[in-house]
Design a protein around this ligand. Sequence first.
Ligand code: GDP
Ligand code: MG
Length: 179
Amino acid sequence: MSSKVCLLGDFAVGKTSLVRRFVYDLFDDKYISTIGVKVSRKTVAVPQADRVVELSLILWDLAGGEKFDPIQATYMRGAAGAVLVCDVTRAETLDRLNAYVSDLQQVSPAAVFVLAANKSDLEPWEVSKEQVEAFAASIGATCFFTSAKTGDQVEALFRELGRELVEKLNGEKTNGSAS
Ligand code: GDP
Ligand code: MG
C-alpha cells in the first residue's frame, strides 16, 4: 500500500528539512531552496490489532517562495494526506495554514493531516503551545512540536500520519466508499 502525502506550509518553515530528517536522518543548516517538486518515499510500519501494515509514504515536497504559487491543484491532487508545517518562531506561518487547509480540502476533501510546529529547538517562540494546539484541534489535526535539526518528534509525526492513513484505507475497504 502507498499514499501520496503533500508537505504544505510557507517559505522556509522546514518542509524540506523535515522530509530530509525523516527519510535520510540528515539535517543541513544551509538553505537550499527547493526547485520544482521533489518526491521521496519511505515506508512506515503501522501496527494493527492482528498484523503490521507496511505503508509507503510518497512525500511530495514543493518549492516554496513568492514567485512560485505553492497552492497548485496538480500538486495536491490525489493526496491522501498532508503535513502542515509552521515555524514556531514566526507566528504568521501558523496563521497561513488555514489557507493551505482549505485549498487541500477543495482538491482532496478526504485528506487527513497532521501539523508540525517546527523549529521547536529555537528561541524565542512567537506562538504558544496552546495556540498551536487550539488551531490543530480546530482543523481536527494531531500536532507535534518538531525539530528537523535535532530530530525531535519527527518520527512520531510521520508515524501518526501513517496510522491515520491506514485507518482511512481500512475504513474505505469496509465501507466500500472511494472518498
Ligand atoms: P522549506 O522552505 O519549508 O522547505 O524550509 P527548509 O527545510 O528549506 O528550511 C529552511 C531553513 O530553516 C533552513 O536553513 C533549515 O536549515 C532551517 N530549519 C529547518 N528546520 C529547522 C529546525 O527544526 N530547527 C532549526 N533550528 N532550523 C531549521
Ligand atoms: Mg523546501
